[in-house]
Every structure is written in C-alpha cells, then in structure tokens.
Design a protein around this ligand. Sequence first.
Ligand code: SF4
Length: 505
Amino acid sequence: MLPSFFDSVLQLIVKTSTDLPPDVRAAMKHSLVSETEGTRASQALTIIAQNIDLAADAEGAICQDTGMPTFEVHVPIGANQIWMRQQIREAVREATTRGKLRPNSVDSITGKNSGDNLGPGTPIIHFDQWERDDIEIKLILKGGGCENTNAQYALPVELPHLGRADRTLEGVRKCILHAVWNAQGKGCSPGAVGVCIGGDRTSGYTQAKEQLFRTLDDVNPDARLAELESSIMSTVNNLEIGPMGFGGKVTLIGCKVGALNRLPASFFVSVAYDCWAFRRLGVVLDASTGAIKQWLYRDPSHPIIPMLDQAGFTRTGKEVTLNAPLSENDVRALKVGDVVMISGRMFTGRDAVHSHLMKNAPPVDLNGAVLYHCGPVVVKEGEGWRVTAAGPTTSIREEPYQGEIIKRYGVRAVIGKGGMGAKTLAALKEHGAVYLNAIGGAAQFYARAIQKVDGVSLLEFGTPEAMWHLTVKDFPAIVTMDAHGNSLHKDVEQESGAHLETIGV
Ligand code: SF4
C-alpha cells in the first residue's frame, strides 16, 4: 500500500482547518480595506483578520465549526479506493483526536455525537478515476451556519423584493441575489456562493458545492456564466448587508456558477453559501508512495500574505465594561451599536441545552447570566479542560426557546451571531436582557478571551453541545438587539430588501 498516504491526508486536514488559502486571504484583505475605519463592519473584519493570523500561527482551528469534511478524490485507473476510503476515515479520526476537527457527526435520530467525526454519511468522500498517474485530493470544510443558508429554487418562482424569476439567466441572477439577501449575516458574511443552474435536486446541490473548489479570482470559461458572475459581484455589495450582517460595503467575496443539463420540466437553481472561513485546500500525491508532490491553491501565483500589518482589534475608549453576572440596570443601559467588553462567568448553550432547559431546571443558576451560543473545541488536559476554539454559532436556531428561557431563568445577555427574531426581541424588552453579536468564526480570537474552564454540565450531549462554565476577560461583542425593542438585524434586513428592489431589476 502507499506508506505516506495517511500522513498526507492528515496534513491536508490540519492545513485546511487552520490556514486559509491565499486566494481567500487576498479577498478578505481587500474586504478589510474596503470598509471605513471605525465602523462596525471594519471592527468585525479586523477581528476576523486577526483570527486568521492567529489560527495559522498556532495551528488552531480557524472556526470552531470545522464543518462537514468533504473530500473530492481523483485516482488513476486501478487504484484501491476501498483502502483509501479507510485511510481517509482514519485520518479524520486522528485530526479529531488532535483537536483540529471538532466532533461534528451526530446520529440524526438519537442526537448522540459519535465523538470522532465518523458515522453514516460522514465524512463525505467522492471518488473519480482519471487518466493521470497522480492522486489528487481536494478537501472543503463547510460549517453548519453557512450550510443552513443554502437555497434551492424551482423556476419560475415569485421572489420577495424581486418579482418573478423566469427560466432565463436573468431569473438565475434574481435567485442568487435573493439567496444572498436571505442569508443576511447568518452564514458569517462576507461569504462566497457556488451556484448550479439545472441538474436535478441532488446533482444541483452537489455541483453548487463543487463550484466552491474554484479559486475566487478565476474566470469562468463559459462567457455567459462569466458575465453572470461578474454582474452579481458588481451589484451584490450594494445590498449593504456587510460583514456579519452589520451593514457595510462587503457582503460577498466570490460567486462561481456552473450548469448541468436538466429535465425539460425542471429548472432548479441551487446555491451553496460558504462563509468567510472558506476552508478548502488540495494536494497531489505520488501514486506509488502517497507522499505530497504539490499543494493546490498555494502555488507561487498565490503567495501567502499575513492579514494584518498593524495591531488587531484595539479599544476606542467607548467600550462598555460588563462584569457578569449582570443586573437588569446593566443591560437596560445598553443600546444597539454599543461595543461591550465582558469579564466574569459565562455559560455556553446551544441546541441541545436550549431544548433541555425547556423541560428541565438548569444545572447552574442562570440568574443574571451571560449565555453564549457556542459549541467550542475543548481538549482534556490532565483533570481539566482547555478551550482551543470558541466562536459563536448561529442564534436563530434557538428562536423558539430563547424568550421563554430568558423569562424563566433570568438570563440577562445572550451572545451569538446572526441575530434573533421577534419573539426574542419582545422578551429582551419585557424581561430586561440584551442580544450581543460576537464575530462569527473568530474562534481563535475568542478562545484567547477565555481564561479558564471552571466546569461542565450536560457533557452527555457531547462536547460541542455541553454547557461549559467559562471565566472570560475582556470578551468583546456588539449590542445588536437591546432591551428597548431595537434590532440592528431587523433594520439591515429591511434596508437591504429595499436595495434589492433597486438592483435586482
Ligand atoms: S465562520 Fe460562521 S458559518 Fe462559517 S463555519 Fe464558522 S460559524 Fe459556521
């Protein structure tokens, strides 16, 4: 067999999870200089840039959600695909043990986490034969927040703000614009979209994801699709959704479109949204040893550039210091747009914890608590634990529960990303609480604000879903929903909807 194959795949996984490819770095660097200094958008991008550099330096996960590992493998005729599949699965297991991948494979019926990223359907491995002598492996790690913002349209269709999308390239354009608008900041914008015109429902989504393997700066060989891509890129940033949905000039860093033949009766447009933490890399392996001959996406025409040439996130002096647990007065004094620095105790809680709290008393006192929507990467160290990656997860999933949990247990601040809906906004006002937006994907940045893991409850839900008790110091976040009925997310959605009507027709 190939003695270096396992090590090569492991290197590929570690590099993909911890170091963004040069084309994505270049696009993000361009985003950074496009936003006006001092704005929320610029602050968010500064934290993202700092996070990208920190992750590469420390070889830590760029984002705590290391997503669904998806491998595209090309092999010479006669290669043993069964053996390679086993080796890839073993490399995924090893990368998970080393904390480079978060355990992300959950039994869909019981909710039990397999703990090693292996299970039916995970990881995804596609094999194709080709007539070359080498083996090529490409990997993309696409997280749940952006995966949940994928969209598929069956044309013709009526779209809000855009009217009818017909079975034409103009109709396709409207679908792409709608998908980006609908994602707002929930997929950790600025993002990139892979699009498939046609196919069936299954092949459309697969092809849309495959488009994300193209570099952001390539040009589509089909002139019609190249024009569509460029038309989207030249107009979409006028939506002013901006980084994290905070408003701003940069909403998308790439649009890649492919087409498949379709049945006469069907016309699907499938959109795969990827976040700024656009983790994809590839390697070419020697087919006799499995050793890496070449890295893809990292060739000399794409030099690796550090993201920040100056200090990262710095205080302006206007930040509000909060020491948790919080009082009602603390949070009623805050308003949308305030930047807060939190110190003290914080509890994590995401889907399983919220569902649990609806039927059971909390395992800790949540009166005055700061509840962080986060599924961290945590490694055991002796008798204790260490958080190695801890950015926010998409909050809207907790919308059915959050208001009730605030009311019942006296939670004063909820931290997450992408904002929440009308029910939560009403609960914040009625009971005196705030929603704080942390910067999605900035897992290394926030891990450094965590001083200590004091304990853990509900570990039976698996490490990402457990309730971690953390001591934090100067954890920055932005008030995007306050206790007076204001929501930045609602405002940006309405304003970008109005822009959509102008640019979409
Ligand atoms: S950057 Fe955001 S959307 Fe992307 S994987 Fe991380 S949390 Fe999910």
